[in-house]
Design a protein around this ligand. Structure first.
Ligand SMILES: [Zn+2]
Length: 177
């Protein structure tokens, strides 16, 4: 725990290892005892006269110091009050900020939703167009197949006709002989 050194000539804050530690060092403890003994000795010897002597007289410098300490205390309290008020205003601003941010987010998400919907619509239209193209391609393929089939049939007929011509020519040749 941090405590001020109880040697009145020191008074520095120090880390006390034990709760009942009163001085920052062995020398401060010794010095405090010396001062205490001297004071007790003087009190015992001279009574009231010594008492007056050990009470530190209020000097103009001490009075100025006290006024400054009080001024600092007042300023600190004013700063604390100001800080608390400032925090309250800040909290209010943050609330307003959060609300505005929420509005912006809502607006943005609505806009994004609209954009996504538009994209989905375009994608669907493209898909429909694609399907329409597929159907057209299949129609053309079917047409090609029909034409090919017809050509094949025509070719077969042509071959048949040619064979018939060969057969007839052969018969004619045989009859001439
Ligand atoms: Zn000390």
């Amino acid at each position: 725990m941090v405590k001020p050194c109880e040697n009145e000539e020191c008074g520095k804050p120090f880390i006390a290892k034990r709760r009942d530690t009163r001085f920052c060092s062995a020398s401060c403890r010794a010095r405090a005892h010396t001062l205490k003994n001297r004071r007790e000795h003087l009190l015992a010897r001279s009574g009231a006269a010594a008492r007056v002597e050990v009470v530190p007289p209020t000097t103009p410098a001490a009075a100025r110091l006290e006024r400054r300490v009080r001024g600092v205390e007042t300023a600190l309290e004013a700063a604390r009050v100001e800080a608390v008020r400032g925090l309250g205003e800040l909290a209010a601003e943050l609330r307003v900020g959060r609300e505005q941010a929420a509005e912006v987010v809502a607006e943005l998400s609505a806009r994004v939703d609209a954009e996504v919907a538009a994209q989905a619509k375009r994608a669907r239209a493209a898909a429909t167009e694609g399907r329409r193209r597929d159907v057209r391609i299949r129609e053309i393929e079917a047409q090609l197949l029909r034409v090919t089939t017809v050509l094949t049939v025509l070719e077969q007929r042509l071959v048949a006709v040619e064979q018939a011509v060969v057969v007839v020519t052969a018969r004619l040749g045989a009859t001439r002989r």
